[in-house]
Write a protein of this length. Structure first.
Length: 505
């Protein structure tokens, strides 16, 4: 198996400030978005990123060897041969796809640089973006960045009210988490409305800021927003960045063994959590009455906590309707969890199912608490993978959370969870796809999906997933590590040999 990483997987390097300093020493500009690096500089920087991104790398378990995959997956998952069909291209860094909840059959692609692209019912990508919030965002590094436009959610009643929501990273406010330190950016959730005269255009003047969270570091932004089956808006936000859940902006918690951090704190800030708010009442929102910390210690917006960088989550669109979240690990383990209300998912007491040691992050502590100071048990993930840096051997930079397949085009995939790896390493665009059987206690079994047209990997950095209203699954990817170039593509997962009208991978 491989490992995935992306904005939200293990998005920014823990050592990002050192990376920026190195760039400046090589003559990089203060605003990397406006610089034009030479090929030699790109090569050197890529090597540096490989070394520096250790804190961002998630882990994954090693999948079955390719030689055994076909027979084993046929027996265990009853899968058929599948492939990726190209749907749209010429984007920069597409990190996800959301279907419009109306009768238009349009798909909306989140491009990290600040644009939302529309793919219409005929499968054609429109030439003009639905919305462009890049002027509102912090400047991005083209080499690697976990910030940008990270999430899109349509109101469940979008067809009538035209309301939709974005998660993007805005420039920081003045001041900082401690004296002599500055904020890096603001995680901003805003509401917009569609234009009254053009269904393929948003009204830029309609922005209403819903929620803002100061971010001390440039990584671990989280980034998914989605409406749950209960009609409330869910938001994933990382632990504030850096390694070990420490550094300015990371508060002390109840666990003295590991200094820090935001993942285990539920009272000082909203970092390291999945939030749940009601955008249909209040100004600008209200708190659902059954949120777990209403009337007790803990911030009322928090739905679940103990996350490092929950870059991508999704709800099963039928069946159990459960919430599946991919959380980027640090050095050893990557994980997927089924998220429950009020649940504590362990970071930084644990990394995956293992006790975490902030003083020696490449080693596992012999023991750690099973419950937190509030009496909540630490919930283990349902999928665990070894990170690239795991001494026991791993092949993923970071994990990318996906979706439960609810389509009809691929026999044997129904009810299975599809997820992936950003890449196996930083030297090549070689992300991978995996399929898991979501059943039983403990860790779930999973297999790598070997594509008919690209055995071994997808030939791109895997940056996200999406799902249409019929339950079919899409993959967003590019051949560039960061938000640069024009190699961004959207693929559809299809039964091999069923590609129509578009090239397969």
């Amino acid at each position: 198996m491989k490992r995935t990483m992306y904005l939200s997987d293990s998005t920014f390097p823990e050592s990002f400030p050192r990376f920026q300093n190195f760039r400046r020493q090589l003559g990089g500009q203060a605003n990397p978005r406006r610089s034009t690096p030479t090929p030699a500089l790109l090569t050197v920087l890529l090597l540096c990123v490989t070394i520096l991104l250790q804190g961002c790398e998630p882990d994954m378990d090693v999948a079955a060897p390719a030689s055994k995959l076909n027979a084993e997956s046929e027996a265990l998952f009853k899968t058929k041969s599948v492939d990726l069909q190209l749907v749209a291209d010429n984007m920069v860094s597409p990190i996800g796809l959301v279907a419009a909840p109306d009768k238009s059959k349009r798909l909306f692609v989140i491009d990290q640089i600040g644009k939302i692209w529309i793919i219409d019912a005929a499968g054609i990508k429109l030439s003009e973006p639905f919305i462009d919030v890049s002027p509102l965002m912090v400047s991005l590094s083209p080499f690697y960045d976990e910030r940008g436009l990270l999430g899109l959610a349509f109101h469940p009643d979008y067809e009538r009210n035209g309301r939709f929501f974005l998660y993007y990273t805005a420039p920081p406010r003045a001041g900082g988490p401690v004296p002599d330190a500055s904020w890096n950016n603001i995680s901003r959730i805003s509401e917009f409305r569609v234009s009254a005269s053009d269904a393929n255009k948003a009204s830029m003047g309609s922005e209403k800021i819903i929620l803002e969270v100061d971010q001390p570091q440039g990584n671990h932004e989280g980034g998914t927003i989605a409406f749950g089956p209960d009609g409330y808006l869910y938001i994933s936000i990382g632990d504030g960045g850096g390694a070990n859940d420490v550094a300015p902006g990371h508060v002390p918690d109840w666990y003295p063994v590991n200094e820090g951090g935001n993942g285990q704190d539920i009272e000082a800030n909203l970092l390291g959590n999945i939030l749940r708010i009601d955008v249909n009442s209040g100004s600008p929102y209200s708190i659902p009455a059954d949120n777990p910390f209403v009337g007790k210690p803990g911030l009322d917006e928090i739905y679940a906590y103990g996350f490092r960088n929950p870059f991508r989550f999704s709800f099963d669109m039928s069946g159990s309707r459960r919430l599946f979240a991919g959380d980027a690990g640090q050095n050893l383990w990557e994980e997927i969890s089924v998220v429950e209300k009020g649940g504590n998912y362990g970071w930084n007491v644990k990394e995956g199912t293992h006790c975490f040691d902030a003083a020696n992050p490449l080693q596992v502590l012999a023991s750690c608490p099973e419950v937190d100071i509030y009496g909540n048990r630490l919930i283990d993930p349902v999928i665990e993978m070894k990170n690239l840096r795991n001494p026991a051997g791993g092949r993923t930079i970071t994990i990318i959370g996906g979706n439960v397949y609810r389509g009809n085009a691929i026999p044997g995939f129904q009810g299975k969870y599809i997820f992936g790896s950003f890449a196996q390493n930083f030297s090549a665009p070689n992300g991978e796809l995996f399929i898991a059987n979501p059943a039983g206690p403990g860790l779930w079994s999973f297999q790598e999906i070997e594509l008919a047209g690209s055995p071994g990997d997808i030939g791109h950095y895997l940056k996200g997933f999406g799902q249409d209203l019929e339950g079919e699954i899409y993959v967003t990817a590019s051949t560039m590590l960061g938000p640069s170039g024009s190699t961004g593509k959207v693929f559809k997962l299809v039964l091999a040999g069923k590609e129509k009208g578009k090239d397969s991978i």
